[in-house]
Design a binder for this molecule. Structure first.
Ligand code: FAD
Length: 476
């Protein structure tokens, strides 16, 4: 695509172009402050054309987040559609901006895209300036005394806490936004604002999007749930976790803000607060692993199980489809998969159990499940997702997990003790009271309302998995 010429004559820099990506907020935003330091700021979002036409939840959620940002900037946000590799340099040239400010994107695709944009800007005599990341400590900055990355979580988390993080950044002044003249705006990509505003006006199952919604949810969690977090976080039948992952995935809040709020909370020294911070550390750990090993997004991190045989073919496809639809005949697995389909969210305990079921009961390679998750999760995060899957599959950061095969029935009985989670998501089992919802096969009326029979024999598939692992390890 042709870029308009840079204006002739000396350029007086009076504006900073801020390219928002997964940092759709105004508070605690170092790149926004850096852009504001130039005088005034033109805020820009560039959406790939596919994002505008994608009717699935994650793409819609992204648009709603952009719509909220548009409102928060008082309508100053430029929303464009196109390939950012072209649109961003085009925008810088049209506006006469010498610097484009971003928060660093540390994912493999983001790094590649940003390198391309930086090269193009440099060719045009401009510059891509980075400040901050979506993490409390930027990936790559926590390392061992020898300067090598941590391979397992516990020492990483200890070093991460010891390293510490800066206090949240200041809020910029209210009148920083610059609305460029319409001739310049017309030269930048295709206007996508109408599609974004339309998506923003729609109701959604996950509640309101945007920074204000993120802060409301966060404060409610701090006040009502943080002190009980440790006790309840593993129970999908309770509303005990923060559900901040969706807001974090879009950068509607920065984790540093959350860490500062926890440090100032009356429960700051409690086990519950410690545990919550540890969960945020998992997010940082996985981002760090992906930073050092970009190939691990879709390939095994460790090659110890590279020779492990996986199932494929029409019969496996049929079983995988039953898994996707939440019709495996295992109530806890089906409840998780149906929560995902209905809400674009799944409780962490259910994520682990459904991932174990796909990889160890159906013997399917983890990227098949990871892809399905990213297609549906509103909190989809490449690092946490791929490495959450690999942790369960045994190919990732957990050193000796090959013998861990979650039992989908006892997991349900333990973490959903009254069967409430199953009954909420699997209406065919709503007539079974208490724990009975986890074992319809033990009850004469268990299948009266159309619930499917179990698609595999768990005990048999568990043995099969352990046999495959053992022979792969011996062979290796
Ligand atoms: P809370 O319990 O309130 O935790 C607070 C925050 O800590 C979360 O918002 C999240 O940012 C972080 N966190 C908690 N647990 C983990 C974890 N195990 N790994 C990394 N970060 C964590 N999380 C995502 O954000 N995006 C994903 O795409 C994703 N995919 C996953 C796939 C699998 C197979 C598994 C097992 C886990 C995955 N997770 C993912 C991690 C975890 O399930 C979610 O972060 C959590 O369920 C979100 O709910 P919450 O915000 O209420 O969590």
């Amino acid at each position: 695509m042709e870029r308009p010429d840079r204006p002739h004559g000396p350029i007086v820099v009076t504006l900073g172009l801020l390219w928002f990506r997964q940092d759709l907020r105004l508070s605690d935003h170092p790149a926004l402050l850096a852009a504001a330091g130039e005088g005034s700021v033109v805020p820009l979002v560039v959406l790939e054309p596919g994002q505008l036409t994608d009717t699935r939840g994650p793409a819609r959620r992204m648009l709603r987040s952009v719509a909220a940002l548009h409102e928060a900037t008082g309508g100053a946000l430029l929303v464009r559609s196109g390939d950012p590799r072209e649109v961003v340099p085009q925008a810088a040239a049209a506006l006469g901006a010498q610097r484009v400010h971003i928060s660093r994107d540390t994912t493999p695709g983001g790094r590649e895209r940003d390198e391309h944009v930086a090269d193009q800007l440099q060719t045009d005599g401009a510059e891509l300036v980075t400040a901050g990341t979506p993490h409390a400590i930027g990936p790559g900055l926590v390392h061992t005394g020898e300067g090598t990355p941590y391979k397992v979580f516990t020492p990483f988390a200890r070093a991460w806490r010891e390293h510490g993080w800066p206090q949240p950044a200041d809020h910029p002044s209210e009148d920083i936004w610059r609305r460029p003249d319409s001739a310049a705006v017309a030269r930048i990509g295709e206007d996508a604002l109408a599609a974004v505003l339309q998506a923003g006006a729609q109701d959604a199952v996950d509640g309101p999007a945007g920074e204000r919604a993120a802060l409301v949810r966060w404060r409610t969690f701090l006040e009502d749930h943080l002190s009980e977090y440790d006790a309840g976080r593993d129970r999908p039948d309770l509303d005990a976790t923060s559900r901040m992952s969706i807001h974090l995935a879009h950068g509607e809040i920065h984790p540093r803000t959350m860490l500062a709020d926890i440090a100032a909370h009356p429960a700051a020294g409690s086990d519950a607060a410690h545990r919550f911070v540890t969960e945020l550390a998992w997010r940082e750990f996985y981002a760090d692993v992906l930073w050092h090993r970009p190939d691990s997004a879709w390939q095994d991190l460790r090659d110890a199980l590279a020779a492990l045989p996986y199932d494929e073919g029409p019969e496996t496809d049929r079983l995988v489809e039953a898994w996707r639809q939440g019709r495996t005949g295992f109530p806890f697995v089906d409840a998780g998969m149906r929560q995902l389909a209905a809400e674009g969210f799944m409780h962490n305990r259910a994520r682990m159990v459904v991932a174990s079921f796909l990889t160890k009961d159906l013997h399917v390679w983890w990227p098949v499940g990871a892809r399905h998750f990213l297609d549906h999760l509103l909190d989809g995060d490449l690092a946490s997702n791929s490495h959450g899957w690999q942790w369960v599959a045994g190919t990732g950061t957990d050193a000796s997990p090959y013998f861990r095969v979650f039992n989908p029935v006892t997991q349900g009985q333990r973490f959903d003790p009254d069967g409430a989670y199953v009954r909420r998501w699997v209406p065919e089992l709503a007539h079974l009271g208490g724990k009975a919802a986890h074992t319809p096969w033990d009850h004469p009326d268990g299948y009266d309302h159309g619930y499917p029979e179990r698609i595999v024999d768990h005990a048999q598939e568990r043995r099969e998995t352990l046999d495959r692992y053992e022979s792969t390890r011996e062979g290796g």
